[in-house]
Design a protein. Sequence first.
Lengths: 360, 535
Amino acid sequence: MAGTLQRQPTVTPARRLAWRAGAVVTALAITTLFLALSGRDPRLLADLVVRSTVGSRFGLEDLALFLTPLLLTGAAVTVTGRIGVWNIGAEGQFYAGAIGATAIGLFLPGPSWLLLPLMAASGIACGMGWILVPALARAYAGVNEIITTLLLNFVAGLLTTYLAVGPWHDRVTGALASTGRLPVRIPEIWGVVHWGFPIALAIVLGLAWLTTRTRWGYQITIGGANEQAARYAGIPVRARILGVMLLSGGLAALAGMFEVAGTVHRLQGGLANNFGYFGIVVAVLARGSCLNVLPAALLMAFILNAGIVLQTQQLTSSAVLAITGLVLFMIAIADELAHYRPVTIRPVTPRPATSAEARP
Amino acid sequence: MTDLRHTQPDAPPPIAPGTPPILQLQGICKYFPGVIANQDVSLDIAPGEIHALLGENGAGKSTLMNVVTGIYQPDGGEIILNGYGQSLAAPQDAIRAGIGMVHQHFKLVPAFTVAENIHLGWRETPFRASAKTLEARTRALSDRFGFSVRPDAIVADLSAGEQQRVEILRVLARQARLLILDEPTAVLTPAETRDLFRALRAFRAQGNAVILISHKLDEVIDISDRISILRAGRNVGTYRTADCTAAGLATLMVGREIVRRDLRARAPGAAPIAPAPVLSLRAATCRDPRGVETLRDVTLDLHGGEILGIAGVAGNGQRELTQVLTGMMPLSAGEILLDGTPAPLADPAAFARAGIGHIPEDRLRSGLAPSLDITDNMALREYDRPPIGRHGLYDRAAAARLAGTIVEAAEVRVPDLATPIRNLSGGNQQRLVARREIRIASRVLVAAYPSRGLDIGAIATVLRYLTELRDQGVAVVLVSEDLEELLNVADRIGVLFHGRLMATIDAATADMETIGLLMGGRSTQNSPARDGGQA
């Protein structure tokens, strides 16, 4: 009998990584092919993308600016995933965080060393408040959190727009659709890259430690793997779900605070720039591991940055979504294919019935 | 269908010489990654016989039956039906060929009536299917095959035995000539088992055949005509049942001699039964969310150094009793005493810290996190205490050392501790859970169906764990549906029926029939005429 493919129950990390690298390369190859078919010079575009992302200081700074919110929203979705909950509302909590930070920044006078922590605290509190109702409903009434968190995104987005063009509208410079420029800003450390970037990196590393090396993290892992077993072991699953969801809301909100205080410096509609939704993509790629959020967010940031470059070349902005979708699709296929490996089955010659056979 | 009822009823019918077997397997092979599930299995099933298939867990019985029912394709060998070679590409092919299987876990729609379940997905269901038509057809089928069912009853309201009759009737209605039953008596009372066997004999008398998969040797010897034994995926022999003894079959199954020892006998130096109870229930009552009493007025005492067996048909309050005893479920009324003082609120972690271990009924669903590795699963009970849990941390290295200790004590061979626990066999999972719980059970161990689904060797090991623990002075509660096991191991046996503890009797003097009556809801005082018992 010839060799066949058989599914392995587990996959080694190295093997999965190899398949995923192949998937990304394939997705990029398909993208290149379509760009070539639409009459563009792929080599020129590739050269441009590399130069304006990793190939220049300007590109690297942009990459870091994209990476900062993605690290936090990716981590926000990843931590809830560890207890089996999907926070689809990082986008909304991002806005809530931005609103909370802006309220302090716009209306509270004070030195920046005092205001910035206050803005962060206010933003985080708003983000936690934004997820509080879905979290309580999920933990104590079993209400599906995917729907509740998702729907609140639209509320938060519209609320932000309302504040930016309504009560908080900048009437001094008459800017079209935003609040006035915040008087305080997160200090830069490298070009336009501000302190939010190293803080986000540190937070992700801290979460990786928290989720795998602490009692709290163990309880969450068990709760996510099998809620019944967690109850059997006396783990307070509901309290843990509540805690993890609040943490998640706080993380996404901090991303919103960083964005408004470090990068954009004013509250405006569309501020979240889909970072909350791309956080879901990052979490899917990270497969529940906070450490994996780092490379996953990097890949996502690269794609977003490349998308900007492509737009300067008259490509539609939907191209970014298409490429993201293609990469995810290829990685999903690769994750499944990584389970299969060829095996050869030794041929067996059927023998007649054994002598132990006794007929009635 | 040939009517052969002119001979003595229920006896195997005379078969004309040269009649081909209903089913003939020749050299069936089936492989999975790293596992030989079936290797060169040859078997034939003659018309008019009940053929028992014996084997330990993992011997390849289920795989073989999945091949026969078209769920798996064999990697080698031939399937010959009524003398003609045939390939069964899908379960539908097997049904069309007259092969019907009744699984251990019933595949009925609980919210539908019996008649609706019988007619579900059946080509002969009339287009205009009114409830009345379906019920009339069901009644006719029920009379024809001798499986009495109530056509208009909702399946969810039926007992396990009744549900099984529906399942069998469903298969028979589709003109099955070969009926495959997987552990059919596991959920039945002794009386229901007798009814089932009577019906199977009637089915055989019409020239049909039955393949019976079972672990219970006495039953197999009682009902079958021939016995085939699978071991490590191979057929190690087919024997006429008349030539077999239980001991001989057990030896063939495991490939070694099973020593049947009286497990109630204490080893020298064993702890005596403690006079004061360690854990007690006083008029304990539980209600489910609908307000139905699932545990009613149960009063019992657990003494160190003693095994209390809990008998009863599944679903009569066993789950609630184990959950109450381990702090997983609060009482609606009554109280639970630990060392004579009221126990804290229902908190499984607190009960575990108090030295109460719990081998849960469904280990994969509630005792383990299947996707996590062995280390994380073995730390489940001790993650919050040193050396693993210090200062709110989770020390993975210490957890791995603990897992290594448990794996060694359980004598389980594992590739490495990072293997997801779902990749282990059911028997190995059970051993690991048992060992994990025994470690923390310094005072009480509640073991719910610890031998369910295990092979003889693994059962012996788990029961030995329990008796060793008893000898160390721990109070053991053994919930089981296997009366023989309870009679062998327990010192006292309590019988649950509809949430009520019917009686607690001395195991040394108890007999199967009394327990069977209690399981059927008859208290001994109320039924002076024992022979009238058909509960």
